[in-house]
Design a protein around this ligand. Structure first.
Ligand code: HEM
Length: 491
C-alpha cells in the first residue's frame, strides 16, 4: 500500500519540476533576445505582461496598445505563458517578416486564435500553415467567391433600407445597427437569403435554449468566443479557453456543436446561385477537399467580416460625426459619385489607421531564421512567436484623425499601414470589407447629415474587436437642435 501513498507527491513533484524547467527555458530565451537588442515589456513569471493587458482591455484597448510608445528598437518582446512573443515595431523589420523572399524562409501560422473562435472552424485556412495541402487553392477558391459587384449590390441595398428605417425619435444604439447590417450582408453574400435565415438551436447567456436564425447564432458565438478567450487565465495559457470548466465555456461549446450539426445538413443541399458557398463548394469538390474543410472555410468567410466591419463603421462614424470634423461630414453629405467615394474611402482608411479592428494573426518561426535590419542582425529561434505590431506602425503618423493623408496621394507616397496585413497571409476579404464599410458610412451620413453623437463624454471610447464601447447616435429633431448633452440612454 505504501507506494500508493507517495504517488500523488511524486506526481506533484514531477509537475513542479517540469514547470520549473520550462520557466527557466523561457527566461534563458528572453536573455538570448535581450542580448540581440530586443526590448522586453514589463513581464512577470508565467503571466507575462497579461496584468498590464487586462488594464488595457478594461479601457477598451487591446494588447497591441502596449507597444504604442515606440522605443528605439526593431523588436519589442513579451512573454505569453511560456512563449516568447516578438513584435516588429517598425517598417523595415515588418518588411522582412512579410516578405519571405528577403530571408528565403517564412514564418508560418500558429495562432492562439485556434483556442478562441478557432473552436468553431479548426480546419479553416486562418489557422493553417501555408504548407497545408491545397492551402493556395483554398484561398483562391475563396477569392473567386468574393464577387465585388455582388457585395456592392447587397451592401448598398441593405444600407439604404436600414438607414431609411432608423427611428429618429429615440436615441439610437448604432453598435447594434452596424452589427445587424454586417450580419445580414455577410449572411446573404456567403449563404444566400434562404440559407442564412434557417433556424438553429441556440443556448442564450441566461441558459435557455430557443431557435434563432443561423447568422445570429453564428455571430453571437463567434463574438462570445473571442471575448471569452481574452479573460485573464485564458490569455496566460490559451488551451484553458477550451476547457469546459465554466458555464460560459460549456454554453459556447453547446452552440458550436449546434452550428456544426446544422451546417452538416445544410451543406448536403444545393447552394444558392452566385453565393460564396456555390463557388467554394464547386472549387473545393473538384480538388477532392473534404466537406469539413469546405465548411470551415465558409464559416471563416461568414465571420471574418462581422466584428471587423462593424467596428470599422463605428470608428469611422465616430470620427466623422465628431464636431471638430464637420468639414468631412459635409464633404460626404454634399458630394456625389466618384468624389463621394474618394472622400468616404479616405475617412475609412484613416479610421482603420487609428483604430484597426484587430491585429495581424500570430505566426511562429518554423526554422531558425537569420535576419538583418539595416545592418542589425537577429537570430530568431524556431518556436518563437513573431508578428508585426500594426498599431505601432500606424502610430508613426500621429494621433490626429486626418483623412487628407489618404486623398490624392502619389503612388509610393501612401502611408505605410496594414490594417489587413501584408503578404501571403494577408486578408482576402479586404475589398469586401472596405465596400461594406464605405456603403454604410456613406448612406448613413447622407441620410442623416445632422446626426449627433449622444455619448461623447463617456470615457475610453475606442472601437475594435475587443471593445465594449457604446455608440449612441441622436437623429431627427433632437439632433437638428444641436444635441450636446450627455448620453440620454443608460448603457
Ligand atoms: C474591415 C474589415 C476587415 C479587416 C480590418 C480585416 C483584417 C484582417 C487581418 C488583419 C487579417 C490577418 C492578416 C495577417 O495575418 O497578415 C485578416 C485575415 C483574414 N481575413 Fe480579414 N479583415 C476584414 C474583413 C474580412 C472579410 C469581409 C473577409 C471575408 C469575407 C475576411 C477574411 C479573412 C480571412 C479568410 C483571413 C485569413 C487569411 C489567411 O490566414 O491567409 N476579412 N483579416
Amino acid at each position: 500500500m505504501r507506494p500508493f501513498r507517495y504517488a500523488p507527491v511524486a506526481v506533484a513533484g514531477a509537475a513542479t519540476l517540469a514547470f520549473a524547467v520550462r520557466a527557466a527555458r523561457t527566461v534563458l530565451d528572453r536573455r538570448f533576445y535581450e542580448r540581440q537588442g530586443v526590448l522586453f515589456t514589463k513581464t512577470y513569471p508565467f503571466i507575462g505582461s497579461e496584468t498590464d493587458v487586462s488594464g488595457l482591455i478594461g479601457r477598451n484597448r487591446t494588447r497591441d496598445y502596449l507597444y504604442l510608445d515606440k522605443p528605439a528598437a526593431d523588436f519589442v518582446g513579451s512573454i505569453r505563458g511560456f512563449d516568447i512573443q516578438l513584435y516588429a515595431v517598425n517598417r523595415q523589420t515588418t518588411e522582412v517578416l512579410v516578405s519571405p523572399a528577403i530571408t528565403g524562409k517564412y514564418i508560418d501560422r500558429d495562432t492562439p486564435a485556434l483556442y478562441s473562435f478557432g473552436q468553431l472552424s479548426p480546419s479553416a485556412m486562418t489557422f493553417q500553415k501555408i504548407t497545408t495541402p491545397h492551402f493556395g487553392d483554398r484561398k483562391r477558391n475563396l477569392g473567386k467567391g468574393f464577387d465585388q459587384e455582388r457585395v456592392t449590390d447587397i451592401s448598398r441595398r441593405r444600407a439604404a433600407e436600414m438607414c431609411a428605417a432608423l427611428d429618429v425619435d429615440t436615441p439610437l444604439d448604432l453598435k447594434r445597427v452596424a452589427g445587424d447590417y454586417t450580419r445580414e450582408v455577410m449572411g446573404e453574400f456567403v449563404w444566400g437569403r434562404d440559407a442564412m435565415a434557417l433556424e438553429v438551436s441556440y443556448k442564450h447567456p441566461d441558459g435557455h435554449v430557443s431557435k434563432v436564425p443561423f447568422m445570429f447564432a453564428l455571430n453571437e458565438t463567434f463574438t462570445g468566443l473571442r471575448f471569452y478567450s481574452n479573460r485573464f487565465w485564458n490569455r496566460v495559457h490559451f488551451p484553458i479557453a477550451t476547457w469546459p470548466v465554466t458555464r460560459e465555456a460549456r454554453r459556447l461549446q453547446h452552440n458550436i456543436r449546434s452550428l456544426q450539426e446544422h451546417l452538416a445538413t445544410v451543406l448536403k443541399g444545393g447552394p444558392g446561385p452566385g453565393t460564396v458557398w456555390e463557388q467554394v463548394a464547386a472549387g473545393n469538390t473538384k480538388l477532392g477537399i473534404p466537406v469539413e474543410i469546405t465548411r470551415d472555410d465558409l464559416l471563416t468567410a461568414s465571420i471574418a467580416g462581422l466584428d471587423t466591419v462593424q467596428n470599422t463603421i463605428l470608428a469611422t462614424l465616430w470620427y466623422v460625426l465628431s464636431p471638430e470634423n464637420l468639414k468631412w461630414r459635409e464633404a460626404i453629405a454634399t458630394s456625389t459619385g466618384e468624389a463621394k467615394d474618394e472622400v468616404v474611402e479616405a475617412c475609412v482608411s484613416e479610421s482603420l489607421r487609428l483604430s484597426p479592428p484587430g491585429s495581424v494573426i500570430n505566426n511562429m518561426v518554423v526554422d531558425d531564421l537569420d535576419m538583418e535590419v539595416e545592418g542589425r542582425r537577429y537570430l530568431l529561434k524556431r518556436g518563437t512567436r513573431v508578428m508585426p505590431n500594426i498599431h505601432a506602425l500606424h502610430a508613426d503618423y500621429g494621433a490626429a484623425w486626418e483623412p487628407e493623408r489618404f486623398l490624392h496621394i502619389e503612388k509610393g507616397a501612401e502611408p505605410y499601414v496594414m490594417p489587413f496585413g501584408k503578404g501571403r497571409r494577408s486578408c482576402p476579404g479586404r475589398n469586401l470589407g472596405m465596400v461594406m464599410a464605405k456603403n454604410f458610412v456613406s448612406e448613413f451620413v447622407t441620410a442623416h447629415p445632422d446626426a449627433q453623437i449622444g455619448n461623447a463624454q463617456d470615457k475610453d471610447i475606442i472601437f475594435n474587436n475587443l471593445s465594449h464601447a457604446q455608440f449612441i447616435a441622436v437623429l431627427g429633431p433632437a439632433a437638428a437642435q444641436g444635441f450636446a448633452g450627455s448620453c440620454p440612454v443608460p448603457h
